[in-house]
Design a protein around this ligand. Structure first.
Ligand code: SAM
Length: 333
């Protein structure tokens, strides 16, 4: 097989990772992502079919993308998701297939997902207190998320990570319990800074609970955190290991320590728009090509155009920053 021609942008970043949103729907309503009510979800016919997603993934695999992550909205609310997983898992060139989920439906679906070829899971868990969970998610469900985590562990995924969005004034009290939970259950934990991608436009920089501050809270409780190896330079997290050998913690600090210089990610929204950045205000319409009679070469060219237009950074910290019109659930986190 010929070697793929890589997707290199004008700053030399090689794109090898694609996040695929399979739906904009979700079964909770986290305030940092979605509106609470009056949501106009995309009608079903606008969402890419599994066949269309598979074709797009096959084209980008031919351009050097080898890592796929399914996301949303909440990917597990998309009917028959394991069928898509099975299609993607057998694509030539794809060596890493992962899923990001809020965990609510995971206990029911973990076995089928694993059997279909899913290797890795990121499970979002911002809080271990019922009340904080409800403040953030505006729905109940902590017990179901925990059941999902334990089910996934029993079923034996290669790797399970917990992702916690950190919000000043809300989750400081959750940091140490989350750290203890991760250590006790042998789970990796990553804290993510709150980004300006909420649908209700309430984000302010004062609400960002920075990674450095969280690290201090954890070290005060559990002792020193030592910098860990960085096997993948494009990984968004800076990882640390507890000096006592019990557990690893990562920090994704897009606001206080942007990592755009190493970004290798592309995104495909649930309705088939290609994005080169979470904060992009431009999209490339792959659905039109997938539903027309476009060739694979034309789809590949669209992806190349999208990569070529990528900016050096998200610019959250710049006075010229323009918040994208789409919120996180409409893009795919
Ligand atoms: N529903 C799935 C889940 O909860 O993991 C997948 C989609 S969700 C949009 C992906 C990740 O983005 C979650 O970990 C979520 O907490 C995070 N997220 C959503 N909005 C965010 C924001 N404004 N800032 C930082 N992280 C955010």
């Amino acid at each position: 097989m010929p070697l793929p021609t890589p997707l290199v942008d004008s700053f030399g970043r090689v794109h090898t990772s694609l996040r695929i949103s399979v739906t904009d729907r979700c079964n909770i309503r986290c305030f940092y992502c979605m509106p609470d009510e009056n949501i106009r979800f995309k009608p079903r016919h606008e969402l890419l079919t599994f066949e269309e997603i598979e074709r797009f993934a096959k084209v980008v695999a031919g351009l050097g993308v080898h890592k796929l992550r399914l996301t949303g909205g909440e990917p597990l609310v998309r009917a028959e998701l394991p069928k898509l997983v099975a299609r993607l898992a057998r694509l030539p060139g794809i060596d890493d297939l992962a899923l990001t989920t809020n965990g609510i439906l995971l206990a029911e679906q973990a076995a089928a997902l694993k059997a279909a070829g899913l290797k890795r899971l990121n499970i979002s868990l911002d809080a271990l207190r019922e009340e904080t969970f409800r403040t953030i998610a505006r729905r109940d469900g902590l017990d179901r998320v925990l059941a999902g985590i334990f089910a996934a562990q029993r079923i034996g995924f290669e790797r399970i990570r917990l992702n916690a969005v950190a919000i000043r004034g809300i989750t400081e009290e959750e940091v140490v319990p989350l750290g203890a939970f991760a250590r006790e259950h042998g789970l990796e934990l990553r804290f993510i800074e709150f980004m300006p991608l909420d649908a209700e436009n309430h984000w302010s920089s004062e609400q960002v609970l920075g990674g450095e501050e969280i690290r201090e809270l954890l070290e005060a409780e559990f002792g020193p955190l030592l910098p860990a190896a960085r096997p993948d330079p494009s990984q968004p997290a800076t990882d640390f290991a507890f000096a006592d050998g019990c557990g690893k913690i990562g920090f994704i600090n897009p606001v206080t320590q942007p990592f755009c210089g190493d970004c290798n990610r592309l995104r495909l929204t649930a309705e088939g728009q290609v994005r080169n950045c979470l904060f992009s205000v431009v999209e490339w319409d792959a659905r039109e090509l997938l539903r027309g009679d476009a060739s694979d070469a034309e789809i590949a060219q669209l992806v190349r155009d999208c990569v070529a237009a990528k900016k050096p950074g998200h610019g959250i910290d710049s006075p010229q920053f323009v918040k994208p019109q789409r919120a996180m659930y409409q893009i795919g986190g």
